[in-house]
Design a protein around this ligand. Structure first.
Ligand SMILES: Nc1ncnc2c1ncn2[C@@H]1O[C@H](COP(=O)(O)OP(=O)(O)OP(=O)(O)O)[C@@H](O)[C@H]1O
Ligand SMILES: [Mg+2]
Length: 259
């Protein structure tokens, strides 16, 4: 099994949106995918399941690793796509503490997920690279960082690189898949300029060719509790996530799945 954390120093950059749609892009080609809401705000759950607040989830497991996986995994209409909600326990009930205090439990969680036969575990995290998020990134095989293609995004790059450096020290095996530009507006000169600048300041091997466009379809999809690809008008955006999936597969040393 491969585990990928979707993380960023900055909030509101499109982590949850990317996680949901990327997980669906993997699942639709038959890769057994588990999408884990590792953000105590529970955004994945809010987007995809109505009763998410009632579900036992990831933070409950951190508080009590005796909870069996079958109580956590929520199936979807797509057989290869399952979810784990964030749960009812907050990060404080999960044991609070500083960096590193949840490492053993996050590891136990990923072992249990692997034992259930998943091929991929995608983890949407809360913004910042500390606390539980830091422990998730330090435990996962790989990390993917969405970066908003807006002027403020550029200012956060030095912090982003510094944070990644720190995580690589904590987890020398971490595969930094790279930065994926999000909310790109190709019709706006300012957005194009930011995208070009980010392409200049980030190490090229850390930047995905694929970028996520800003599109009102994402809001429509989350109102309906669906990945964008399942909307009638969603085929174009679906192709973006299929391309991102292929890029990730290549970075993981695999052949891209055919569709
Ligand atoms: N490509 C996009 N096009 C249009 N709207 C988008 C896009 N990506 C995200 N959004 C919207 O922007 C907002 C923030 O996105 P999202 O929740 O995915 O970010 P996040 O990084 O998970 O935020 P947080 O740090 O709070 O967890 C949401 O309202 C979402 O619907
Ligand atoms: Mg989020």
């Amino acid at each position: 099994m491969t585990s990928i954390a979707v993380s960023s120093q900055k909030g509101g950059v499109g982590k949850t949106t990317l996680s949901i749609n990327l997980a669906h892009a993997f699942a639709r080609v038959g890769i057994k995918t588990l999408l884990v809401d590792a953000d105590p705000q529970g955004s994945v759950g809010h987007s995809l399941t109505r009763q998410s607040r009632l579900l036992t989830g990831f933070y409950d497991f951190l508080a009590d690793p005796g909870i069996p996986m079958e109580r956590l995994v929520v199936p979807t209409r797509l057989e290869t796509f399952s979810l784990v909600a964030s749960g009812q326990a907050g990060d404080y009930e999960a044991g609070g503490g500083g960096n590193g205090s949840h490492l053993a439990r996050v590891r136990a969680f990923l072992r249990a997920v692997a034992q259930r036969g998943f091929d991929l575990c995608l983890m949407d995290t809360a913004a910042g690279l500390f606390g539980v998020t830091g422990d998730v990134v330090a435990t996962c095989d790989a990390v993917l960082i969405p970066q908003q293609a807006e002027p403020l995004g550029i200012r956060s790059v030095p912090k982003l690189l510094e944070g990644l450096q720190r995580l690589r020290i904590m987890n020398p095996h971490l595969n930094v898949l790279g930065v994926c530009l999000s909310m790109v507006q190709p019709d706006l000169a300012d957005s194009r300029e930011v995208a070009t600048t980010l392409r200049q300041i980030l190490p090229p091997e850390w930047l995905f060719q694929t970028h996520i466009p800003r599109d009102p379809l994402f809001i429509r999809a989350s109102a309906r509790g669906l990945p964008v690809g399942l909307l009638e008008a969603g085929a174009g955006v679906q192709r973006v996530f299929d391309a991102l999936r292929s890029e990730i597969e290549v970075k993981l040393g695999r052949a891209p799945s055919a569709r």
